[in-house]
Design a binder for this molecule. Sequence first.
Ligand SMILES: *Cc1c(COP(=O)(O)O)cnc(C)c1O
Length: 231
Amino acid sequence: MSHYEKAWQAVKTRIAEAAAKAGRDPASIALTAVSKTFPAAAVREVHALGQRAFGENYVQEGAAKRAELRDLAGLDWRLIGPLQSNKTAAAAAAFDTVETVDRLRIAERLAAARAAAGVPLDVLVQVNISAEATKSGVAPEAATELACGVAALPGLRLRGFMGIAAPDADRATQRRQFARLRACRDAARERGLALDVLSMGMSADFEDAIAEGSTEVRIGSAIFGARGSHA
Ligand SMILES: *Cc1c(COP(=O)(O)O)cnc(C)c1O
């Protein structure tokens, strides 16, 4: 078994165990393999194991890997890093899902880019659940309003919410932050939005995220290994 195969299988097992512990169907939790800083060859190896969804933080890096891996079937590229408005057209072309919509202006630009292409772009609204000044994402109190605005745009398909728990917080605090994202999803549903995605949980905290209702965990280092200091 290759290193990636062992690590990927171990993550799948931990997801299934966390799901069972929470009384949830493991099939209701999708795995996004976060390949940022790792070469296209690494994505190719993990794709061969059956993995299809890959997460990237930078538009240019994701676009380059997408181009290099055009021969692979079924790849699902997800942008999970902050998006600047001058990169929206490139992001709309290189990604299948943008998880980091945190203001209407970004959504409008993505919508315009995809309207021209004729194929809707899946998006998530990123919520700042850790309340750290440096973290991107809309404030939880403003999440429902932004979601309603995004959902009304042609060219986009709003699927749900994404959040990042404070990495240094204790587990109880992280769980409260994950619960905050679920509450955003529930509030938006009450406003009539049909949302099915709750993207939360990373290598260090995904079991707690699953306990709080995550439907998509974004796992990098537990699959690919430690990233360089530039990550
Ligand atoms: C890098 C990153 C991840 C993956 O982090 P790991 O700790 O390596 O699993 C997940 N989500 C976001 C938004 C990231 O930037």
